[in-house]
Design a protein. Structure first.
Length: 114
């Protein structure tokens, strides 16, 4: 290959030299591309398998967590309500009974008599 390239170079046939390199490397590239494609396919298959396993596991966990959340809801209903928002609601209800309305506009809270 080397001697042939030297002969071409002496004749000034640069285009032929370039063509030789291009054809040689393009052939290599196609072979490499096939190998890479096969690797890619294997990788994709592994990824799909892994994802299906993950989905299956997450489904199982989701069912368990669903049961848990239902249990928590039941527990929450039986507990007494003691949050800041519920206290505020109680206060508003009492003041409404007395005829005082609490009006919020933006971050300003005012009490107004009805």
């Amino acid at each position: 290959m080397g001697a042939e390239l030297c002969r071409l170079y002496r004749r000034g046939a640069v285009l032929q030299i370039v063509a030789k390199f291009v054809t040689r490397t393009s052939h290599l590239h196609t072979a490499e591309a096939e190998v890479m494609a096969q690797r890619g396919q294997k990788k994709e298959e592994r990824k799909k398998l892994k994802n299906s396993r993950i989905i299956e596991l997450s489904r199982q966990q989701h069912n368990v967590s669903g049961e848990k959340s239902q249990r928590n809801q039941k527990n929450k209903r039986s507990k007494p309500i003691n949050g800041a928002s519920s206290r505020r609601k109680e206060l508003r209800r009492k003041q409404k009974e007395q005829g005082i309305m609490i009006v919020r506009h933006g971050n300003v809270t005012r009490r107004e008599k009805e």
